[in-house]
Design a protein around this ligand. Structure first.
Ligand code: UDP
Length: 482
């Protein structure tokens, strides 16, 4: 469907991390399918990755998707040269400097708004200042969080009612007030940015500003689909009085192998080699292990994962964010030799959606980043959930307790704080639960149904398709009334 106003121009401004850039490219492709022009605003190094990803699409999206660069003030913020993406920040101590650098983008961004005067800005939640920047020029600002409705609702309810303050220990459970579904959590499940509010760090302040700016924004686009979490989509709109459009899974807009393999970063394995390896395996017999684009596990944890993969007897593809060829420090001796044919370690970047969509893949060990979680749902793959930071703990609840399409990995001594080590036995136990037996079968059946619903949602007249049309129509009406 082409809109009645092909002159509509949307400015997309993702946060500078792959988990935000990847779904933004997909959103730009979605606008392109409706004949709507969009411009992705980013920094030079990210721009070259984005333009490669767009060129890989055989559907000539590049005609209506433009990329506009603004310089990233590395030096001014005390970051090394070329550090333009969260995945190149050399140490955690520099994360705040990176966020600070993004706040310096405000001025060049406003210059760009003045020059381009788009009809709408879809800016990442982390750019709280974008609401005021857009309103200076009379442009509506829509927020993109990159997470699901469940997580947005849980986070807002926790922030408003602070139930974690009424329990005396980290392992005492409490109900998340007002959140449908009687969701129980413990303090150890709640992201530190909520429990640690009192130590008002700069990061907590940034999130508070983002919340406040969101309340004044035009609405929210969510990479999710109504059938997946309708209760929470309705709750979000009704309880918090916000406009929200569930338009996902946006990853499903990628149709051919090249497009699916190249999503803002070159893979470190040839996609066809990877698929050939999977072709030799039986359906549902391979576990895919990946913790997203940012998390690097300590060597001690990598060794535990290796041991559990070996003892569980499952075949696997394991993405390790290391470039070193040998792995001498983080793999048990002779591991790769012993596992030859059974396991494939990818060092660097994997063609994730191609792997998840392969019929040989039977489970996904994930950190519950929302993109990964939704990609697993869309591919019909049950999960072993192992959240590490932030809203990943909420996403885990959605997967394991609301949708019942995954099991959590238990940490040593039953306590799992952010970043705590998970023992080999715990992962092995979870792997077996998801791969073998009746419970595994039930989870697989449930997630396959959801995968079907995901595909229907983005097809013509599906819920996400219609929500996306409604968004465009609303922007057209707004632009005519301005
Ligand atoms: N991804 C990928 N290959 C990799 C690692 C990650 O394609 O080797 C993609 C993955 O498919 C997802 C995104 O990177 O689209 C990661 O986003 P997510 O929200 O899951 O986690 P984050 O990296 O933001 O923690």
């Amino acid at each position: 469907m082409n809109t009645s106003n092909p002159n509509l121009h949307i400015l997309l401004f993702p946060f500078l991390a792959h988990g935000h850039i990847i779904p933004t490219i997909d959103m730009a492709k979605l606008f392109a399918t409706r004949g709507v022009k969009s411009t992705i605003v980013t920094t030079p190094l990210n721009a070259s990755l984005i333009s490669k990803a767009i060129e890989k699409s055989k559907r000539h999206h590049h005609k209506v998707i433009q990329i506009q660069t603004i310089e990233f003030p590395c030096e001014e913020a005390g970051l090394p040269k070329g550090c333009e993406n969260m995945d190149s920040v050399p140490s955690q101590d520099l994360f705040l400097a990176f966020f600070h650098a993004t706040s310096l983008l405000r001025k060049p961004f406003e210059e760009l708004l003045l020059e381009q005067h788009p009809h709408c800005v879809i800016a990442d939640a982390f750019y709280s200042w974008a609401t005021d920047s857009a309103s200076k020029f009379g442009i509506p600002r829509i927020v993109f969080h990159g997470t699901c409705f469940f997580s947005l609702c849980a986070s807002d309810c926790m922030g408003l009612y602070e139930p974690h303050k009424n329990v005396s220990s980290d392992s005492d459970s409490f109900l998340v007030p007002r959140l449908p579904g009687e969701i129980k959590m413990t303090r150890k499940d709640v992201p530190a940015f909520i429990t640690n509010k009192e130590n008002s760090t700069e990061f907590v302040k940034l999130l508070e500003d983002a919340k406040e700016a969101q309340a004044r924004s035009y609405g929210v686009v969510v990479n999710s689909f109504y059938e997946l979490e309708n209760v929470y989509a309705d709750f979000y709109k009704n309880e918090f009085g916000r406009k929200a459009w569930p338009i996902g899974p946006v990853s499903l807009c990628n149709k051919d192998t090249g497009e699916k393999a190249n999503r803002a970063k070159e893979t470190t394995i040839d996609e066809f080699e990877c698929l050939k390896w999977l072709d030799t395996k039986k359906p549902n017999s391979v576990v895919y292990v990946s913790f997203g684009s940012l998390i690097s596990m300590p060597d001690s944890q990598l060794r535990e994962i290796a041991l559990s993969l070996e003892t569980s007897g499952q075949h696997f593809i394991w993405l390790v964010k290391k470039n070193e060829k040998d792995g001498a420090e983080w793999l048990p001796e002779g591991f790769e030799k012993i596992m030859e044919g059974k396991g494939l370690i990818i060092r660097g970047w994997a063609p994730q959606i191609l792997i998840l969509e392969h019929q040989a893949v039977g489970a996904f060990v994930t950190h519950c980043g929302w993109n990964s979680t939704l990609e697993a749902v869309a591919a019909g793959v049950p999960m072993i959930t192992w959240p590490i930071v932030a809203e990943q703990f909420f996403n885990e609840k959605l997967v394991t307790e609301v949708l019942e399409i995954g099991v959590p990995v238990e940490a040593v001594k039953g306590v799992r704080l952010e970043g705590e080590c998970v023992g080999c036995d715990a992962l092995e136990k979870a792997l077996k639960r998801v791969m073998i037996g009746e419970e595994a079968e039930e989870m697989r059946n449930k997630v396959k149904v959801l995968a079907q619903l995901a595909k229907q949602a983005v097809e013509e007249n599906g819920s996400s398709y219609l929500a996306f049309n409604a968004l465009i129509q609303e922007l057209v009406s707004l632009s005519l009334s301005r």
